[in-house]
Design a protein around this ligand. Structure first.
Ligand code: HEM
Length: 86
């Protein structure tokens, strides 16, 4: 539920970048896509290119039109904490 949402730093996000633990940031939201991996039409390897980081640009380059918000509704972890130095 909403009460479990957290603010995730870039540093924390980067820790989730192995195939059995994958988080991505997409337009300011953090998603745990670990269980989506096997269902990604573009494959596991492609999705791993965005693992542990803000994958918004990669995502938009390939399929800007994909409705990830409804697809990943259950996978939301929280919000990406804006970093102080960028
Ligand atoms: C294909 C979802 C992230 C690369 C697809 C498709 C969907 C999808 C639904 C099929 C699109 C279609 O057939 O029209 C998602 C979701 C993502 C995600 C929900 C959320 C994290 C990424 C990332 C990459 C990527 C980070 C890295 C580059 C691709 C590629 C294809 C694909 C290469 C195949 C495109 C094609 O064959 O035309 N994805 N994707 N995706 N995705 Fe993703």
């Amino acid at each position: 539920g909403v009460d479990k949402f957290m603010n995730v730093s870039h540093e924390e996000l980067a820790k989730h970048a192995s195939p059995n633990d994958v988080w991505v940031a997409l337009r300011g939201n953090i998603y745990n896509v670990t269980h989506y991996m096997d269902f990604h039409p573009g494959g596991c390897e492609e999705l791993m290119r965005g693992a542990g980081k803000d994958c918004t640009d990669l995502f938009d380059e390939v399929h800007r039109w994909v409705n990830y918000e409804s697809m990943l509704k259950k996978c939301i972890v929280g919000k990406l904490k804006p970093s102080v130095d960028n």
